[in-house]
Ligand binder design. Structure first.
Ligand SMILES: C[S@@+](CC[C@H](N)C(=O)[O-])C[C@H]1O[C@@H](n2cnc3c(N)ncnc32)[C@H](O)[C@@H]1O
Length: 313
């Protein structure tokens, strides 16, 4: 478990590490049934804490509730710890994957679990998750686990690398790109961008490496595998509904995704789960105003589901 160090309680200023939480109003509006409040016995899990943007707003909105914040990236947890210092008595931080919630926090039955998938703006700027700045080609959220992207490229046979880039990046030029990467394996983010740009000339505004970068990040962190493994684990942990004891509504799962591969997994899981009911039939997306102020919000999709044990009996 992570402890708060000797930290100050200021909110991040513009020059400090920052990340603007996406769909914040929609998240706050969907945390509870009928906008009801949460009391001190209730726990919220932020399974992808990042810099604690959503978490801080949730803790402010519900002054009684406790929050468990999880992230694979220990540096993000450190930064979130500083941001959440004003709420320190109600917050527990854990390094790990949200998919391991049942072992990280075995005794809790959360009223809400929030996932805001992918990477934060801070990771983009400071942790080498961008091909705009040069950094070692790693792309792991937790540098203590798994295989860095550089080694993955060296180790993976060309046809498998092409498949990976095609599947996770939805990249049509995957064969050409895999061939170029195997011929001259990159060690840094800029080398990767240059090699891919040579194999696939730029068309339009989007940099040719964008999809390959996404594919490598997803593969290195097994992001889709974690989601497939995590959703049933989180569903099982959620507070149950039981109308016979006055609890008609079970816990809620809120998931924000950033590309169709993730969204498809969440949509199918909710549809096929015997215990979850979709709260929003139509996926929630950002308003035009939000996307103007925060371009990251453009591809964000929020799905909300509620545990309903009565109907599954
Ligand atoms: C979009 S950011 C979250 C931002 C956060 N909601 C905020 O407002 O600051 C996603 C975070 O999820 C973390 N992450 C990615 N996969 C994870 C996993 N399987 N388990 C836990 N954290 C994960 C990343 O390290 C990153 O910090």
């Amino acid at each position: 478990m992570h402890r708060f160090g000797n930290i100050d309680s200021r909110m991040p200023a513009a020059s400090e590490p920052s990340h603007q939480p996406v769909l914040l109003d929609a998240v706050l509006a969907h945390l509870t049934h009928d906008d009801s409040t949460l009391d001190s016995g209730q726990v919220i899990v932020d399974g992808t804490l990042g810099l604690g943007g959503h978490a801080a707003a949730i803790l402010e909105r519900f002054p009684e509730t406790r929050l468990v914040g999880i992230d694979r990236d220990s540096q993000s947890l450190e930064l979130a710890g500083k941001r959440l210092a004003p709420f320190r008595d109600r917050v527990t931080l854990q390094q790990g994957s949200y998919a391991d919630l049942p072992t990280l926090a075995p005794d809790i039955r959360p009223t809400v679990v929030l996932l805001d998938l992918g990477y934060s703006s801070w990771q983009l700027d400071a942790r080498g998750f961008s091909f705009q700045t040069d950094a070692p080609l790693d792309l792991r959220f937790d540098p203590g686990q798994g295989t860095p992207a550089e080694a993955l490229i060296r180790r993976t046979p060309e046809p498998d690398l092409a498949d990976l880039i095609y599947r996770y990046g939805e990249e049509r030029a995957s064969r050409r790109i895999a061939k170029a990467l195997k011929a001259d394996p990159p060690s840094t983010t800029l080398e990767l961008a240059e090699t891919v740009a040579r194999a696939k000339p730029r068309r339009g505004k989007i940099h040719p490496v964008t999809q390959t970068f996404q594919a490598l990040r997803i593969a290195v962190n097994d992001e889709l595998g974690e989601l497939e493994r995590g959703l049933p684990a989180l569903e099982g942990a959620l507070a149950t509904s039981d109308p016979s004891v006055g609890e008609p509504n079970g816990g809620r799962l809120l998931v924000i995704t950033f590309h169709s591969l993730e969204d498809r997994i969440v949509k199918r899981f909710v549809r096929d789960s015997g215990r979850l009911k979709a709260v929003n039939k139509k996926v929630i997306v950002a308003t035009r105003e939000e996307t103007l102020g925060n371009p990251r919000a453009r591809s964000a999709k929020l799905r909300v589901a509620e545990r309903n044990d009565a109907d599954s009996r």
